[in-house]
Ligand binder design. Structure first.
Ligand code: ADP
Ligand code: MG
Length: 320
């Protein structure tokens, strides 16, 4: 590192934060030492975000960090897990104090919200890339697996879908919007609401969930593949936000809702016998979700509109 030494950098920007549950030893040694709550499984997920590819390189570092942690925590939420610890592998072109201080501010703001502590990492010089590993805990009987959908289950999605793709179009200036819509979509992109507590409540009636990151059809398709089932959802039922409806024509909105991605909502399935209990949970935890379809026999995941199959233009984000 040029302007500041590696260890100084770690101490200044990433050290000295609060310790969450089970941290026997945090940053500073060769490893962190951690204790998982008794009777629980460790849930682990890792994601890399490359500057210029997964986020604009010149974006506000505070927002980059905040978004990076939120979308990583989304994987834990989709599993029904309780977030506990994070590790960070950071590759930066140079050790610029103002960038690092913004980044660490955004990271720790989100970390505090989810009650996770940073317990280690790695810092290297190179083209901007952020790798975050998140660790959580979940009881074996409360984990929501992609492989647990069954024929006859109803399919639900939380919040609204399509906003993530719309937000990206707005950020890329492909669409012009007024001030309030701009701030709505900026919020949806950089600080998506991650439904950790709500997912844990849903895990009492749902054994199967996924977070919508690649696009609803693609992600529900992952559930279908893992469970050996098909799914039918209805276009007319898809929950769309008012800002999205106002932003574009209905076909574009539907396309983004089905194939956009970056929504970070939860798509989950519930057997008919548990619907009454699901409604109680919805009331009790104030969770917004919509029934959008059903799990069926077969291996196809389709969306119908007035009885006809809708084929979106681009199905989910493909990395390669
Ligand atoms: P080692 O050489 O044993 O891999 P490092 O010199 O890479 O250790 O890191 C020293 C300590 O600082 C370790 O505890 C490591 O987990 C932590 N660390 C390094 N980079 C970061 C970072 N970006 N964020 C948090 N902790 C970090
Ligand atoms: Mg190291």
């Amino acid at each position: 590192m040029t302007t500041i030494g590696e260890f100084e950098l770690i101490e200044q920007f990433f050290g000295g934060q609060f310790a969450s549950y089970g941290v026997n030893l945090g940053i500073g040694d060769d490893c962190a030492l951690l204790t998982v709550p008794p009777e629980k499984q460790l849930a682990v997920s890792i994601d890399t975000l490359i500057g210029g590819s997964h986020f604009p390189r010149n974006a506000d570092p505070e927002l980059i960090a905040e978004r990076a942690l939120r979308v990583s925590i989304s994987d834990l939420a989709a599993m029904g897990a309780d977030p506990m610890w994070i590790t960070l592998a950071l590759t930066i072109p140079s050790a610029e104090s103002s960038w690092l201080s913004g980044f660490s501010r955004g990271l720790f703001r989100a970390a505090e919200e989810f009650n996770v502590s940073l317990v280690g990492g790695d810092t290297t010089r190179g083209p901007l890339a952020i790798t975050l590993q998140v660790h959580g805990s979940v009881s074996p009987d409360k984990s929501m697996l992609r492989s647990n959908a069954r024929v006859g289950d109803l399919v639900f999605v939380t919040g609204t879908v399509g906003d993530g793709a719309a937000a990206l179009a707005v950020i890329k200036k492909e669409l012009e919007v007024g001030k309030s819509a701009f701030s709505y979509f900026m919020g949806r992109y950089y600080t998506p609401k991650i439904l950790v507590r709500q997912a844990q409540a849903l895990a009492t009636v749902s054994r199967c969930a996924i977070d919508v990151s690649d696009g609803l059809l693609a992600d529900l398709g992952h559930i279908c593949k893992a469970s050996g089932v098909g799914a039918v959802i209805e276009a007319e039922r898809l929950p769309l936000s008012d800002p999205l409806r106002k932003l574009c024509d209905p076909d574009t909105a539907l396309n983004w809702a089905l194939a956009g991605g970056d929504d970070y909502q939860l798509c989950f399935t519930v057997p008919p016998a548990k619907i009454a209990r699901l409604e109680e949970i919805q009331e009790q935890h104030q969770i917004e979700f919509t029934a959008i379809g059903e799990i069926v026999r077969g291996d196809e995941c389709v969306c119908l509109s007035g009885g006809r199959v809708v084929v979106p233009e681009k199905t989910g984000y493909k990395h390669f």
